[in-house]
Each structure stands twice: as C-alpha cells, then as structure tokens.
Write a protein that binds this ligand. Structure first.
Ligand SMILES: [Zn+2]
Length: 258
C-alpha cells in the first residue's frame, strides 16, 4: 500500500510543500526538521520498519536523527550520501528559514540494486545531477517511480550551484529506460502520467543545452548567454544569495563542452 503525506511548509508568505511517502512498511524520506511535529505524529501512527532517503538534502532527511534516537530501524541512503548525513547542516539563511538545519544521523549505505517491500520490488537507480547521491525507486511491475527531486518542474530556468544540467539529462534518460507511468515527486506529490512530464523536462533541458552550446561556440560570454536565454528568476537569485541562479545553469553546460 502507498500513502502520501503532504507537509505544508509556509514561511515568509511562500508555500513549499514537501511530500513523504510510505510504501508498505517503508518510509521514503523524512521531511524537513521545520515540520518535526507533523512528521513525528505521522511516524508514530505508521509502523515503519525501514527508511529510504532519495538524497541527503535537509528537506528529505530532517527527521532521520529523531528516528535514529528513538527507533532502532535501518535508515538507508546511497553510499555517497552517508558522510554528508553524519554532520549537521550549516545552511544558508534562506534554506534554514524554510527547512531548518538537519541534525546529524548515521544512515546505512544502500548498496543493493533491488529493494523489496512486502508488495513491491523496486529498482534503485542512481540519478545524480540534483545531488550526487540522488536515487529514484522504480517498480516496473506496478508502473510507478518515486522520483525524489529529479523532476520538480518541467522547465526550470535556474539551478543551484551544486546541480549539473548535463548530469540531470543523463539521469532522466537513464530513468526513462525503465517502464513506468506514474510518478511520486517529493514536492508535487502523485503525478499521474509523470513519465510524460519527465520526458517534457528532458526535452526542455536538451533544447536548452543545445542553445547554450551553440551560443558558447559562437563566442558569446556566459553572461550574454544567460541574458538571452534565461532572463527570469531575479527574485529567487537574490533571496538565495545566488546559490540558485541561471548562471549555474549556463556554467554547468559550458563546463562539459570545454
Ligand atoms: Zn534536493
């Protein structure tokens, strides 16, 4: 059985929903620490025997330390996420306001390729680009994919400094090799025909990559490319002190050309 829980994070007049999911007796992600009361209430009612994290970011692992302290159940993450989780985060202010810092915890390295729950068999697919330890979980028989932060929006015009557009394209292509239709996104919840949305994002990013590459080879500077192709997203750039900016989108593409 699959259950979705929407955590309504509201700060500074902005809404940022986060979803956590329960599949049989397994919890997928633990939400941000800023929603600890909601998550603890949900968790206590659920009967969870294991936790899988889609990646180490603070809005996906915020309550894992509390689970470690009070429940002796295994909590898994891709091997590349183990070390980042053993330290508390020191977030930039705009992220701390929404999510709060994530207390340290000790996850186990998820090394198996297939993860079974009583009613599902999931392929664990490594999908870096948003985070180096990012995974998606796909049950081909049921046609579903837990996509973490791989999807989010179909046409993003800005990226975080730690993201890579070419890597995201490769990870989306890799995911689309599996057979599924419906998707469970960590910030949009259940998306019927999520596959089509993910294809749309891939097509958008490939077009963007082609346009940036062409402009770069024609001799345009990254700043010119950004102004022509990605003129929006001013506000969030400033709020994030440029940790999120179209400059990162452009630079991550150029980096792979030269
Ligand atoms: Zn993330």
């Amino acid at each position: 059985m699959i259950q979705s829980f929407k955590l309504n994070v509201q700060r500074l007049g902005q809404k940022m929903p986060v979803y956590i999911f329960k599949v049989d007796d397994v919890l997928i992600d633990t939400g941000p620490y800023s929603m600890k009361n909601e998550v603890r209430t949900i968790f206590k009612e659920l009967g969870v025997n294991e936790v899988i994290h889609t990646h180490h970011h603070e809005d996906h692992t915020g309550n894992s330390s509390w689970i470690d302290r009070f429940y002796s159940i295994p909590q898994w993450i891709h091997p590349l996420g183990v070390i980042p989780c053993t330290e508390s985060t020191k977030l930039p202010l705009y992220r701390a306001v929404f999510w709060h810092n994530r207390p340290a915890f000790s996850p186990l390295p998820l090394e198996k390729r297939v993860f079974n729950t009583p009613e599902h068999s999931f392929e664990i697919v490594h999908t870096p680009g948003h985070a180096e330890d990012h995974i998606v979980l796909i049950d081909e028989e049921r046609g579903i994919c837990f996509s973490g932060d791989l999807y989010l929006f179909h046409s993003p015009t800005s990226n975080f400094s730690f993201e890579s557009v070419p890597e995201l394209i490769r990870s989306i292509d890799k995911t689309l090799q599996y057979s599924f239709q419906d998707m469970y996104c960590s910030h949009q919840g259940y998306l019927k025909n999520g596959r089509r949305l993910l294809e749309r994002k891939r097509d958008y990013l490939v077009d963007l990559q082609d346009a940036v590459t062409k402009a770069h080879l024609e001799g345009q500077t990254p700043k010119e490319i950004r102004r022509h192709l990605l003129p929006k997203n001013k506000l969030f750039q400033y709020i994030s002190l440029f940790e999120n900016s179209p400059a990162h989108t452009v630079n991550s593409i150029i980096k792979e050309i030269s």
